[in-house]
Ligand binder design. Structure first.
Ligand SMILES: NC(=O)c1ccc[n+]([C@@H]2O[C@H](COP(=O)([O-])OP(=O)(O)OC[C@H]3O[C@@H](n4cnc5c(N)ncnc54)[C@H](O)[C@@H]3O)[C@@H](O)[C@H]2O)c1
Ligand SMILES: O=C(O)CC[C@@H](O)C(=O)O
Length: 525
């Protein structure tokens, strides 16, 4: 039974779902990195929010880990390249807390417009400073949206409902989508010049870090109010402080900080500055949503192999998984066969699907070919890290699809380019589920690729099969199945034998000395 650790505070629904889906679960929160390192080796899955930092050190200690599930959106607390290199799937729950976070941005916008925290403090201090607090209406004002994805779109919708004008800067926002959202797509400088309120909803990337830099803050309208419920680091905090102190910036509300937890900051106690401790996603509804979603996704992966919302591997729904899995098995075997029979550098692998094979998700098929191929070079490869390792090794990958059926209703062909030229192997699925080799380097041969096998290329001549059988029999090796193919009578022939045990290097050397043998190799599937 797979075992999952929930290492951050999460709604109890998560543990309930894991158990219902046949996954053992421990909830141990508040561990230091050292403590986590000491226990992580026992788990197949790790469910987190933002407190647990899934670093390379943690991943190195996580010898059984298959999946990290983030109950939330941002995965900046997970070292994804290291997870990919170790074959660990990283998933998030992209929509579960979007409404909640958008509502927090709107709440902060109103808090800034009416200086609510300060008015509350003053009133509760018995001051009744009615004349001190003069707010602004949001109706008719321009909201500048930086990032119009899931959360930004919801913020735009709510702001339009409040009769605001919304201008959006997002390089990936199409004009059609902007129209659908009812926002005006603008360049950043236009947004800075026009917005009365600016709200940020992008991930933190090299392009978005300090998108509100000192230079850009200087381009804003005097009195602008700024809200950040996305990620710390989008706004230059020192420049923000200067802008608030000088009065150029009319107010700022940060839910997120460069350093979290933000226990101290030069911004604290600055007039017109409001902060919340990364509460964007903190509603009962959002936490139930993300807990359910992360547990369902992780359990699907651990129990059925279904992949949803993964950031480092192609998605495969639980419904798709049964249909795609036989193809993945076939693809992995073909990749492995090519890998075992190819030496030297491999600049290019082509994967050609034909007939029914074109109807299934191709990404897992490609990953499976690469995993099968690379496993002949390293045993730390799996479906997750195979594309990553292939890229690292400079292997070019080509995908081709031919919908029309050929000799088989479904076929996958794997071709490799080597210094000897292009060579290919092809396989089909019998009964939609049983992988079967049907062609090997241009020679038609049908075989199950399974267990220990012997591959021999020889000149087609009478008496050869008897000699080979005798050589194996004398070495005490029992033949399970025997598959033969040849280019033409008397031409090059290929023999694939499945054997009950492995052949020794001595036996392979002996087979190579048999008359007519061009090459002989032991294979393992
Ligand atoms: N405060 C919280 O608790 C909380 C909760 C949920 C999400 N978040 C954060 O909110 C952010 C947005 O989440 P989302 O679900 O809307 O993400 P999303 O991926 O749906 O949207 C992000 C948008 O940013 C845009 N973008 C990317 N680079 C850009 C750039 N250089 N300039 C302008 N736009 C750019 C993208 O095109 C996309 O439309 C994320 O950083 C997420 O981690 C915070
Ligand atoms: O889990 C949280 O409380 C924060 C979540 C939020 O930052 C996210 O990116 O989803």
């Amino acid at each position: 039974m797979p075992k999952v650790l929930i290492s951050d505070k999460m709604d109890p629904k998560a543990a309930q779902i894991f158990r219902e889906r046949g996954v053992e679960v421990d909830e141990i929160t508040g561990k230091t990195p050292e403590e986590l390192k000491a226990i992580i080796g026992q788990y197949d899955g790790l469910a987190i929010r933002s407190s647990t930092k899934v670093t390379r050190e943690i991943l190195d200690a996580a010898t059984n880990l298959k999946v990290v599930g983030r109950a939330g959106i941002g995965v900046d607390n997970v070292d994804i390249p290291s997870a990919s290199a170790k074959g660990v799937v990283v998933m998030n729950t992209p929509f579960g807390n979007s409404i909640t976070t958008a509502e927090h941005a709107i709440a902060l916008m109103f808090a800034l417009a009416r200086d609510l925290p300060e008015a509350d403090k003053s009133t509760q201090a018995g001051k009744w400073e009615k004349n001190r607090f003069m707010g602004v209406e949001v109706t008719g004002k321009t909201l500048g949206l930086i990032g119009a994805g899931n959360i930004g779109s919801i913020v735009a919708d709510r702001a339009l409902g409040l009769k605001m004008k919304v201008v959006a800067f997002d390089p990936f926002l199409s004009p059609e989508r902007a129209m659908e959202l009812g926002v005006e797509k603008v360049e950043l400088d236009q947004l800075l010049a026009r917005a009365d309120f600016i709200t940020l909803h992008t991930p933190l990337t090299d392009q978005t870090r300090n998108i509100l830099s000192a230079e850009n803050l200087a381009k804003t309208k005097k009195g602008v109010r700024i809200i950040n419920c996305a990620r710390g680091g989008l706004v230059d905090e020192a420049a923000l402080k200067e802008g608030l102190d000088s009065g150029h910036i009319g107010g700022a509300a940060l839910d997120v900080f460069v350093q979290e937890p933000a226990k101290e900051s030069p911004l604290f106690n600055t007039p017109n500055f409001i902060s919340t401790p990364h509460l964007g996603a903190s509603t009962n509804e959002a936490q139930v949503n993300v807990a359910i979603q992360v547990a369902e996704q992780m359990a699907d992966y651990l129990v059925t192999g279904g992949v949803t919302n993964a950031l480092n591997v192609p998605s495969l729904t639980a419904e798709e998984a049964p249909r795609v899995k036989p193809y993945m098995e076939l693809a992995e075997k073909l990749g492995s066969l090519v890998g075992q029979l190819t030496t030297g550098d491999l600049p290019r692998v082509s994967i050609h699907s034909e007939g029914a094979a074109t109807e299934v998700n191709q990404k897992p098929i490609v990953s499976a070919v690469l995993a099968g191929f690379l496993r002949t070079q390293t045993d730390t490869v799996n479906m997750v890290n195979a594309p990553f390792l292939a890229k690292e090794r400079g292997i070019e990958i080509r995908e081709v699809k031919t919908e029309k059926e050929g000799d088989y209703h479904t076929l996958i062909r794997v071709s490799v380019k080597t210094d000897l030229g292009e060579r290919s192997v092809a396989g089909t699925l019998f009964n939609h589920s049983q992988p079967r080799l049907v062609e090997l380097f241009g020679i038609k041969v049908e075989a199950d690729l399974t267990g220990h096998m012997l591959y021999v290329v020889n000149e087609d001549a009478p008496g050869f099969i008897g000699r080979l059988g005798t050589a194996l029999g004398e070495a005490g090796v029992n033949i399970g199945t025997f598959h033969l193919g040849r280019r033409e009578a008397g031409g090059e022939a290929v023999v694939l034998l499945s054997l009950d045990e492995a052949v020794t290097p001595e036996l392979i050397a002996h087979v190579r000395t048999l008359p007519g043998v061009k090459t002989a190799r032991a294979l393992k599937f």
